[in-house]
Design a binder for this molecule. Structure first.
Ligand SMILES: [Zn+2]
Length: 358
């Protein structure tokens, strides 16, 4: 089994990590972060569980990371993502695990965001031999396939020389995340939520010769957590896609690096089945947001006085040690570590880190 140095992967170490997932039959959780607290909680959880991990940021998360007070939102989205990436580059090595650094959904109007980030990766690559990010996602799933693939191909041409990958989406993930979303029609068959294996093959034949591409295929998965029953999960779509590509290209098993969006709220069986078909990345946003809120909220609710007064009104006791932000933010972090420990277990990545100090 190949080993990689601890820290952010790219190029050969990125490919080694995808291969380890496929060969080992496990997947890595991809967690959306919004600040240093969530990044650190993810790194802590990964290190404790001996798992590699994927850290990603959405355009809204990047804007928040840079600060909602910055007036130029477009600039803030770029700087926030870069700031997060630099934070992870600096710290991930210390935690001793391998990290895939990624940006989440970008539709056509967000291409300038990615273009600016790729320019930063090109500068970084020239200076250090490594890009800023491991991969980006370009989600043009609502556009005609030809347009989606043509634009994806031209972006991948910029990424490939940097050892970076591109994640695309075929078919649409239902629900909404960070302002990017698709309607779920109650009672309808929601056929647009299911990817066609022949589209996957077309994408693979065009993009894989250019560089490393991963595919978010839709098999009835939805963003967010909904009451079950509206959409039926059909993981066999993933298997059919792998089979179509394997047959056409005469490659080994599981040629496609597949991505599972909208994993929050899925059952253990559904997740394990999807992973067995070559999913190497499962996005987790909603469940982790809840975990952070739950941990911090539990603390706040059990010390209500400290969140309304600096000094306890009856006793005159100072409440500083209770309202110190480190106290309640830490409770959020601890709750995220706990929730992620479950995910590493479910995805089979526990104890499977391929990072070794050389
Ligand atoms: Zn998604």
């Amino acid at each position: 089994m190949s080993q990689v140095s601890p820290g952010v992967v790219s190029g050969a170490s990125y490919l080694a990590l995808i291969r380890a997932c496929h060969e080992g039959g496990y997947a890595l959780p991809a967690i959306n972060v919004v600040g240093t607290d969530s990044v650190n909680a993810v790194l802590e959880a990964a290190a404790r569980n001996g798992s590699d991990v994927i850290i990603q940021i959405s355009n809204g998360g990047a804007r928040f990371y840079a600060g909602e007070g910055l007036p130029d939102a477009a600039r803030a989205r770029v700087l926030g993502a870069a700031s997060m990436a630099r934070h992870v580059h600096l710290l991930a090595k210390e935690y001793g695990i391998a990290v895939i650094l990624h940006t989440d959904h970008a539709d056509r109007k967000l291409i300038p965001w990615l273009d600016d980030l790729i320019t930063m990766s090109e500068d970084e690559f020239r200076a250090t031999g490594k890009p800023l990010f491991t991969s980006h996602m370009l989600d043009l799933s609502t556009e005609p396939l030809e347009e989606n693939l043509a634009t994806s191909a031209s972006m991948l041409k910029r990424l490939a020389p940097l050892g970076m990958g591109l994640e695309i989406e075929l078919g649409v993930t239902g629900g909404e995340e960070d302002g990017i979303g698709h309607d779920l029609e109650e009672g309808a068959d929601n056929a647009h939520l299911y990817t066609q294996p022949e589209d996957v093959l077309k994408a693979w034949e065009l993009l894989s010769p250019i560089g490393t591409v991963s595919i978010a295929a839709s098999f009835g998965n939805v963003h967010g957590v909904y009451k079950p029953g509206n959409v039926q999960l059909r993981p066999e779509i993933l298997k059919n896609s792998q089979d179509a590509v394997q047959k056409a290209t005469q490659s080994g098993p599981k040629p496609l690096p597949l991505v599972f969006h909208g994993g929050s709220g899925s059952t253990l069986e559904e997740i394990r089945e999807a992973v067995s078909y070559g999913v190497f990345k499962m996005n987790l946003d909603t469940d982790i947001q809840f975990a952070f809120a739950h941990g911090a909220g539990r603390y706040v609710l059990s010390h209500p006085a400290a969140f309304q007064h600096q000094i306890e009104p009856e006793t005159g006791k100072p409440l500083k040690s209770l309202y110190d932000p480190r106290k309640w933010l830490r409770e959020g972090e601890k709750s995220v570590v706990e929730r992620l420990t479950e995910s590493f277990e479910t995805l089979g990545s526990r104890g499977r880190s391929i990072a070794r100090k050389s």
